[in-house]
Design a protein around this ligand. Structure first.
Ligand SMILES: Cc1cc2nc3c(=O)[nH]c(=O)nc-3n(C[C@H](O)[C@H](O)[C@H](O)COP(=O)(O)OP(=O)(O)OC[C@H]3O[C@@H](n4cnc5c(N)ncnc54)[C@H](O)[C@@H]3O)c2cc1C
Length: 274
């Protein structure tokens, strides 16, 4: 895609005042895939030199916004944590060619805020925390589940940067269950549900993405029964929260979300809480 309104690509290492028409450039897999007539300059993050992933001594993992899906997938396969398989499952939930797999960034996926953003699913389900940085260098943190506020909408001010997402050690020790539904084989996710069961206190979180316009992370101090889970989802997600596009009607997505949530609950609790 020729972005013929873009007149300049700046290196983000050399700060300059932000202007209307500026946009951060992650991997460019979205930015270069459609017309962007409102853009004039791209501010390229690819040379920031941020370490893609840092496993911290406390067991948490910090993923830089510029970490690619390919880098995250490689890391997930070496991660010694109960929740490690979830990393690969979410990377594979991407409808991605080789090029996208190697170029798309975790930060770009979150900031694109598509309902089918698998990095949103992963980081929301594992109770990740986004580190956001303003132009004056000040920072703030927001939970990944709250960062995406609607289809294409996020809690990010103009010119603000997503720097990294941290997955807490405790979440990485959880048992997880993953379910995804698409209208067709290798299709874009129409419903993606992840359960996490905390072995320390037996709490269960069920996170619904793709079916809804934003993530819904439902937390239960003890695993609910089937009807209690249904009731909690129905109370949290209203009629307007179910996403509607070519990849699935809202009624079907809703049905699949309830169905997959029950499967996840059952998988994690059928043998008792371990
Ligand atoms: C064939 C194809 C299939 C795709 N499949 C999927 C899919 O299954 N699911 C899905 O979610 N997406 C999909 N996409 C869209 C896109 O590839 C992904 O959302 C990708 O993760 C975007 O990452 P990126 O690094 O390339 O972002 P970019 O294209 O660089 O940026 C995306 C947006 O995020 C902003 N941005 C990027 N990094 C930051 C940052 N650190 N801080 C603040 N803002 C930032 C940019 O300004 C831009 O608005 C697909 C695209 C194509 C072409």
């Amino acid at each position: 895609m020729d972005l013929n309104t873009v007149l300049d690509v700046r290196d983000a290492r050399r700060p300059e005042p932000w202007r209307p028409g500026d946009a951060w450039l992650g991997g460019g897999t979205y930015l270069f895939s459609e017309p962007q007539p409102h853009l004039r300059r791209l501010v390229d993050l690819s040379r920031m030199g941020w370490e893609p992933i840092r496993a911290r001594p406390d067991g948490s993992v910090e993923i830089a916004a510029t970490c690619t899906i390919a880098q995250l997938s490689r890391f997930g396969r070496t991660l010694d944590a109960t929740a490690a398989p979830l990393v690969e499952q979410c990377c594979r939930a991407f409808l991605a060619s080789f090029k996208i797999w190697n170029m798309a960034t975790v930060g770009g996926n979150l900031c694109n805020a598509l309902p089918a953003g698998p990095m949103i699913s992963l980081t929301a389900a594992l109770d990740g925390e986004c580190l956001l940085q303003a132009q004056d260098g000040s920072t703030r943190r927001v939970k990944a589940a709250a960062f995406v506020t609607g289809a294409g909408r996020k809690d990010l001010a103009v010119s603000e940067l997503l720097r990294s997402v941290t997955l807490p050690a405790r979440s990485l020790r959880c048992r997880t269950a993953f379910r995804q539904a698409s209208l067709y084989g290798l299709g874009r996710s129409a419903a993606l549900v992840i359960g996490t069961l905390d072995p320390l206190d037996a709490s269960l979180a069920v996170t619904i993405t793709a079916a809804t316009v934003r993530p819904f992370r439902l937390w239960f101090s003890l695993p609910p029964g089937r009807e209690a889970l249904r009731g909690a989802i129905a109370a949290a997600a209203g009629d307007r929260d179910w996403f509607d596009d070519i990849h699935g009607l809202p009624e079907w997505r809703r049905h699949m979300a309830f169905h997959l949530a029950e499967q996840v609950r059952h998988e994690l609790t059928r043998d008792g809480v371990r």
